[in-house]
Design a protein around this ligand. Sequence first.
Ligand code: ATP
Length: 310
Amino acid sequence: MENILELKNISKSFKQYNVLHDIDLTIKKGDIYGLIGKNGAGKTTLLKIITSLSKQSSGTIQLFGSHTHKDFIHSLKRTGSVIETPVAYDNLSAKENLIYYSKLRGVVDEKDIEDTLKLVDLSDVGKKKFKHFSLGMKQKLGIAIALLSKPDFLILDEPINGLDPIAIVEFRELLKKLNTELNITILISSHILTELYHVANRFGILNNGTLVEEITKEEFEKMSQTMITLQVTDTAKVTPILHEHSIHNFKIISSSEINIYEPEVGVSELIQILMNEKIAINGIYKTGIDLENHFKSLVDGTVSTNKEDK
Ligand SMILES: Nc1ncnc2c1ncn2[C@@H]1O[C@H](COP(=O)(O)OP(=O)(O)OP(=O)(O)O)[C@@H](O)[C@H]1O
């Protein structure tokens, strides 16, 4: 499938302070890609680099397959973005703002403006000025402005931040509509994991400027059904044994607990392997893991599991 965006070894430093480290990230056509990271992880910095609002210290960006800087700048025309807070004129209504921005961008079709207002569900807000909009309405207008140039790729920085539950649901529906009906590929950042889980099909987890994992929703769902938690006296003795049996996909949670993510390995098989090696098992169970716990395990090295579920 066509790659919309390909980042290779993107790093960014502000003076001596390294904010992004060797980011490799790929977004495919049709993706809703959720970039997850705690406050300060580097999400905005990365999105600014992708949209050319900031320059990387090193590394390459390919947008719509661009090979030269000129191609890249040209490809940016196919990209719409709302970075940080949505910007519009306080004393203008939704429609007046769209008319203003459409003139600025050379889009003159009045019907486009009406269609865009309808698409983001702002047709009925009349003469209400932007400064009196709710945060959800402001986010919608920000997207509407970005949509005026009919982008193939939309980049949204923390659009869910601060929205009330109803606005979140509406927002999710809007993103799905843009993705499925208008074939717009979307990159959306957030620290609200569960909200991205409902809307994204692929996730990149950013921690302290490093992309610690890229995972599809499908892979995650498979993994979440197949995690085995193993409790032993000393995990250091167990890890070489796991490797010897071709079990490589695991995470050491503490000196006494390991999570194993190998769909092919069953609990009884694992018990047999450990018994043969004379390892005492203090506990072993299949457990569910949700995106939030997975995120915690990657960024803090801690996972809380619901042991009642076994
Ligand atoms: N212009 C700058 N000069 C120096 N440091 C900066 C600059 N811009 C960002 N940083 C630092 O880079 C780090 C990452 O910031 P960034 O805004 O990208 O994080 P974020 O993941 O978007 O967080 P948030 O959700 O809080 O916006 C932070 O420690 C921030 O202080």
